[in-house]
Write a protein that binds this ligand. Structure first.
Ligand code: PEP
Ligand code: MG
Length: 764
């Protein structure tokens, strides 16, 4: 059965459109089950009726004609109840309804199963037979398995097909929504510029040559042209981005210079292959090797390599570069948006990005974040061929694209945009100085610093230091582990930039979704695997080098705090402290007067919450990583779009874990901070202060909002709200509604997410 399924899924995946896919399904199932009929009915979203969309065995003219009301007939009954129906005497079933146009009269046996995708019934798959018999348990199981396997494919084909059918009639439907992953937050509206990748390597025919020298020269020339192009694009992007971000283009140039690629191509040309043929084989082989790796970062390299290969090929084939013609409100759309594609467009014209492949960690998304351009990644259902020139709303908060928004949707989004602008203008008025509640209780406002831009002097006046410096940046931007000197110089820059304010440096936190190109961690279940402190404790040589670099960087400044990620036990803290102590002794022995820094523990996993009181006895401060804590408390993969709706930091289970952590810190009389995304959310910040958190650390974009919102609530009010959330509420929804109302009562609708603005109840 597995084999049948696998071949069926492959055939449906390769099908060009919905009709072809459905026809393949019904023919194969009818043959496999040796029945008289196999049909698929799909629900029409507008009328709610079940339309016969494909059949092998019924009158083919009734396809798209025969339909049943939502509850009508055996099909309606299967669809409405969402349960299978297996009958040996179908015509005598009370729900039986005779559909004349299908000519189905002689069929006695009926087996119908619902096709369900993400809780909603998309259609019904039916097999019928003239003789009277009950279908066997095995046959039921086969049809249920096929329907379950195919539901996602049908959902995909249905969305794409809907758009396709309508464009064929020259009319575009409005408000067609496609989900992806939130790549870069923000909303934008513009026109789709669909970029196709340059020349397709797969299409190159295998050809041989007698003129190896000539082909070698052609290849070297093509390579040189691509290098010039990349340098030009890299330079033009560097006007808008930091050096660390455009370093990527140096990596591309190195990939082109690398002997593996050009050396292997030249060798094959000398062996008699033409340059395009040799290039095709070498690049596809390298790409396959990268793709086979489990490591997310290395997989991304496969797409870079393919892009480079195509670029060289288009030079070899002397394809003319179509001059890009675009408007000044471009949404760049492509199967796989690459950094090079980004660099080809004038930044002033680029409003947003939509990529069918990729995630928030893709290079294009990282660059877009640096540029402040909203992006939706992984929009897998987006039918690229149909949307060129279409108007798009890119909602980088929800990870959603709306194609051809109606006037109504457009005005909603225009409201969102103008509200965002009004809020930004309003926040300009936030006064300089430290952050306090309405009754003067001080809250330490800290920055999650990154490689993107500097703070304004006004923002500088609000912060009390850096609450999270993710040292992974120093490791990610290189092709190998950075040495002690390299790390020391980067850390010193950071410590100097904020001195005398404290800077919390987190030790290397790799594993999970963060991997280094040169240190692959290949695991079935990486979020429950070798992550954070587990890796560095197992590799003291890496850990000790980093600690030496940090401590040396802090010489004479005294503002370093060290934070340990993904701690799950007191033992890990004790072992880490021992290594830190060893480095301090070593440095002292070398004659360096280093201070002993404060050492903190990240509370990111349930075991750390339960053991927070014990950890607090050994640590100088606690800092909650609410992104991971939410993931582990709710068992929701933070990178999986399928469960993104369930990732809810307002869930009372998460809030109770936070409350317990804060309590442990207070009992031990050490500061408790929170440095996940929650800290920059106004509704969450009020609750956190109410729970007793002393420090909130967030990215620069959250600072003004949090300073504003905390100034509106007294500490007592924050405590009341936190108590109700943790003791009286059963869902994140209830907590959000309460907080929305609290902010509306304070006259702050712009600080409430749009869908909660009316009386705290959801409006869209
Ligand atoms: C967190 O988990 O909340 C956190 C701050 O760390 P990161 O997002 O880097 O895992
Ligand atoms: Mg974390």
């Amino acid at each position: 059965m597995l084999d049948i399924l696998r071949r069926l899924v492959q055939a449906v995946t390769d099908a060009e459109d919905l009709d072809t896919a459905l026809n393949i399904i019904v023919t194969r199932i009818k043959d496999t089950m040796q029945t008289g009929v196999c049909s698929v009915y799909l629900k029409d979203d507008d009328s709610g009726r079940w339309y016969l969309m494909a059949t092998d065995g019924l009158n083919p003219d009734s396809v798209r004609v025969a339909s049943l009301d939502s509850n009508e007939g055996l099909v309606g009954s299967v669809g409405a109840r969402g349960e299978l129906l297996n009958l040996d005497d179908a015509p005598n079933h009370p729900a039986f309804r005779y559909l004349q146009e299908t000519g189905e009269e002689p069929f006695q046996s009926f087996l119908g199963v619902p096709i369900v995708h993400q809780r909603s019934t998309l259609g019904v798959m039916v097999v019928q037979q003239t003789t009277s018999r009950k279908f066997s348990g095995d046959e039921e199981a086969l049809l249920v398995t096929v329907a379950a396997q195919l539901s996602a494919l049908i959902a995909h084909a249905k969305v794409s097909g809907r758009l396709h059918l309508s464009t064929a009639t020259g009319e575009r439907p409005s408000d067609v929504r496609f989900s992806g992953v939130a790549g870069v937050s923000g909303v934008t509206i513009g026109k789709a510029l669909v970029r196709k990748p340059p020349a397709i390597l797969k299409r190159v025919k295998d050809e041989r040559t007698d003129d190896a020298e000539g082909q070698l020269t052609e290849f070297q020339n093509a390579l040189a042209e691509v290098k010039v192009e990349l340098r030009r694009i890299g330079e033009s992007l560097s006007e808008h981005l930091d050096r660390s971000e455009t370093a990527l283009f140096d990596t591309y140039l190195r990939m082109l210079e690398d002997h593996t690629l050009s050396g292997e191509v030249c060798q094959r040309i000398r062996g008699g292959e033409t340059a395009p043929t040799a290039l095709k084989h070498v690049v596809t082989d390298l790409v396959a090797r990268f793709e086979a790796m489990d490591d997310a970062y290395l997989k991304e390299r496969a797409s870079d390599l393919m892009d480079l290969g195509r670029r060289i090929l288009s030079k070899l084939l002397h394809e003319s570069d179509d001059a890009l013609v675009y408007t000044d409100d471009v949404i760049l759309v492509a199967e796989d948006v690459t950094p090079v594609m980004l660099g080809e467009i004038d930044m002033r014209a680029l409003n947003g990005i939509v990529s069918v492949k990729g995630s928030a960690n893709s290079h294009a998304a990282i660059l877009a974040r640096g540029l402040g351009i909203p992006a939706v990644m992984g929009a897998v259902d987006l039918p690229l061929s149909d949307i060129a020139g279409a108007k798009l709303v890119v909602d980088g908060w929800r990870g959603e694209v709306v194609v051809e928004p109606s006037a109504h949707v457009l005005s909603e989004y225009e409201h969102v945009l103008s509200d965002a602008k009004a809020l930004a203008d309003d926040l300009q008025q936030v006064a300089a100085g430290p952050c306090k509640t309405a009754d003067g209780h001080g809250v330490q406002l800290m920055l999650n610093s990154g490689p993107f831009g500097e703070l304004t002097s006004q923002q500088m006046s609000w912060i009390d230091g850096v609450g999270l410096y993710r040292t992974e940046f120093a490791f990610l931007s290189r092709p190998r582990f950075p040495n002690e000197e390299e790390q020391c110089s980067e850390y010193r820059d950071e410590l100097l930039a904020y001195a005398p304010m404290p800077v919390v440096m987190r030790t290397l936190d790799i594993g999970g979704d963060k991997s280094l190109p040169y240190f692959s961690i290949d695991e079935e279940n990486p979020f429950l695997g070798w992550r954070g402190i587990r890796v560095t404790l197992d590799h003291p040589e890496i850990f000790l080098t980093q600690l030496r670099a940090m401590l040396r960087a802090s010489l004479g400044l005294g503002n370093l705090r060290i934070l340990l990620p993904m701690v799950t036990s007191v033992d890990e803290l004790v072992s880490s402290k021992a290594l830190i102590g060893r480095v301090i002794e070593e440095l002292k022995a070398e004659g360096l007067g280093v201070d002993t820094p404060e050492i903190g523990v990240m509370i990111e996993v349930p075991s750390a919450v339960y053991m927070a009181d014990e950890l607090a006895k050994e640590a100088d401060f606690l800092s909650v990583g609410s992104n991971d804590l939410t993931q582990y408390v709710l068992a929701v993969d933070r990178t999986n779009p399928r469960v993104a709706d369930m990732f809810d930091s307002f869930n009372p289970a998460v809030l109770r874990a936070l409350q317990q952590t804060s309590h442990a810190g207070q009992t031990a009389q050490i500061p408790v901070a929170l440095c996940g995304e929650m800290a920059g959310d106004p509704m969450a910040a009020v609750l956190l202060v109410g729970m007793g958190f002393d420090e909130l650390s967030m990215s620069a974009s959250g600072l003004a909002k949090i300073k504003r919102v905390l100034a509106l609530f007294s500490r007592d009010e924050c405590q009341q709200l936190a108590r109700r959330a943790t003791e009286e509420m059963a869902s994140g929804h209830e907590v959000m509604a309460m907080m929305a109302n609290a902010l509306l009562d304070k006259g702050q609708p712009l600080l409430v997410p749009p869908r909660w603005r009316h009386d705290g109840s959801v409006t869209t």
